[in-house]
Ligand binder design. Structure first.
Ligand code: NAD
Length: 482
């Protein structure tokens, strides 16, 4: 075995210390109005003022040529790539969730694969009665609510699509990720300035609250609401009386049948499940494995960095990662313990007295279908596995676990009948076959990316065109040139 030299050790220590210092400086410095002494552009104390400013941005964007908008988007992409590592670290430091390197990769994905103005395509219809043109017009000012799980990724992805479509945007970011979200708002504004656009092109709040979200939802200047978050907030915007795009919660099931490449399935599932510590809403949340391959699958998952806990340990852990919350109507419901969401597997295991190293990236356990780990969207690297007899039982239980959210489902199989049956039955917006979940948003899979997957309202993998309204222009009896 090769010996590690003294100089190599010094290099590693220096790198680790440097990394720790970076994290500390981020933790010490983050606030919602500046980063490292540089004041953020576009941050307001009052939602009404932010909306008025966003309306002015809308008027400026509307007057721009498509080429000018695309120049700004190109600069947003460039800065996002350049500052991806900072936003990754900032996101982890502020929210205490996820993994900085995975967050960096998510930003690169946003920069590379979020569609710009090329997504806005006009349609024409010609015939005996002349020419009719259908154009994709902006809505006006969009009110966007963003989550804590992909904070800056969502702000940048939404900004690119909304600006490409010619809209103004005001954000009401998650209060738990406000510094990271506003860093991204500032980045978009810096990009606009650098590309010769307006000084401010998107706006946000210094201290977003439920009240500021309520003002946004009822303000007459807001023409479209785009909400990326859990069931509570999606329900709120869908009840607002305005046009709304709702990108809500998921609980993606995975089926593994006995025709799958089991070793590849095991690794793919653990890679997807542990990406950013399971924060992405598309990530694998529970597995339904054919009984005759379950042992082999579990062995493969262990080789891929998982630690298996017993049923008793799973029950003990469930009491920690899920807590009871009393709702306004007095009813108590189980909800995820925010102290555990997006945390590393070893940190979660510590809570039940199991000490492992950082090489363990996922906690797996065999449970029954009714176990809370299967029923609840945990957003942490805990993966329950349910044994099933056959494809009928697998599809029935996986659909029940997905529970009509129409979000995401996965399957590992080489049987095209099984794949087609599950895809048809589960009715999800994203269905990934034989790959980690992130292939579904363009990371190692074809297609554009988004961090706003609108299942409930049907826009699906949103892009610039999702933030437009159709307008028709008719020239009767002329301009058909054939
Ligand atoms: P969350 O639901 O806790 O919060 C989202 C935002 O909504 C925050 O800004 C929050 O302050 C606000 N909010 C919450 N309730 C509200 C209400 N009643 N009225 C107005 N605003 C309200 O989201 P989170 O925990 O940061 O994100 C995780 C959830 O979001 C998960 O359920 C995940 O599946 C989902 N998510 C979905 C997508 C998607 O594309 N479909 C993407 C990311 C996250």
């Amino acid at each position: 075995m090769a010996q590690i030299t003294e100089n190599q050790i010094k290099d590693i220590v220096a790198k680790v210390l440097d990394e720790m210092q970076n994290m500390d400086s981020i933790s010490d410095n983050w606030d919602s109005t500046q980063y490292d002494g540089r004041p953020f552009i576009g941050i307001f104390d009052d939602m009404n003022e932010a909306i008025l400013a966003a309306d002015r941005c809308y008027k400026t964007v509307r007057a721009m040529s498509v080429e000018e908008r695309e120049k700004i988007i190109t600069e947003i992409r460039r800065l996002t790539r350049e500052e991806a590592a900072i936003m990754g670290k900032l996101g982890v430091a502020e929210t205490k969730m996820g993994k900085a390197e995975h967050k960096r990769l998510k930003h690169i994905l946003v920069a590379d694969k979020t569609p710009g103005t090329e997504d806005i395509v006009a349609n024409a219809k010609t015939g005996d009665n002349g020419l009719t043109l259908i154009e994709m017009a902006p809505f006006g000012v969009v009110g966007a609510i963003t989550p804590s799980t992909n904070p800056s990724e969502t702000v940048i992805c939404n900004s690119i699509g909304m600006i490409a479509a010619g809209n103004g945007v005001v954000f009401n970011p998650h209060p738990g990720a406000i510094a990271t979200s506003n860093y991204a708002v500032d980045l978009v504004n810096r990009a606009s300035r650098a590309a010769g656009g307006p000084d401010m092109i998107v706006c946000s709040m210094k201290k977003p609250t439920m009240e500021s979200a309520a003002i946004m939802q009822s303000h007459p200047l807001i023409k479209l609401l785009v909400c990326t978050g859990g069931p509570g907030v999606v329900k709120a915007v869908l009840s607002s009386g305005k046009k709304a795009i709702g990108a809500g919660a998921g609980n993606p099931p995975v089926i593994v049948d006995d025709t799958a490449d089991i070793q590849k399935a095991a690794k793919d599932i653990i890679d997807g499940c542990t990406f950013d510590n399971n924060l992405p809403c598309i990530a694998e949340k529970e597995v339904f494995a054919f009984d005759n391959i379950a042992d082999e699958l579990i062995a493969g998952m262990k080789r891929a960095g998982s630690y298996q806990i017993t049923k008793e340990q799973a029950d003990a852990l469930a009491k920690i990662v899920l807590v009871e919350k009393t709702k306004k109507d007095g009813k108590t419901v189980k909800t995820v313990n925010r102290e555990c969401v997006g945390r590393d597997a070893d940190v979660i295991l510590e809570k039940i007295g199991v000490h492992v190293g950082k090489e363990v990236r996922c906690i797996i356990c065999e449970v029954d279908f009714m176990h809370e780990f299967v029923q609840e969207e945990l957003m942490m690297p805990i993966l329950p596995i349910v044994r099933v007899k056959n494809i009928d039982e697998a599809i029935e239980l996986a659909c029940k676990a997905e529970a009509g959210r129409r979000h995401t489902a996965h399957m590992h199989s080489k049987n095209i009948d099984n794949l087609s049956r599950f895809a048809r039955a589960v009715e999800t917006t994203i269905f990934v076959k034989n790959a980690p979940s992130y292939a579904g948003i363009g990371f190692g899979g074809e297609g554009h990316t988004t961090f706003t997957i609108a299942g409930p309202t049907g826009e699906g993998i949103t892009s610039a065109r999702s933030f437009t309204r159709q307008r028709r222009c008719v020239m009767a009896d002329s301009f058909r040139i054939i």
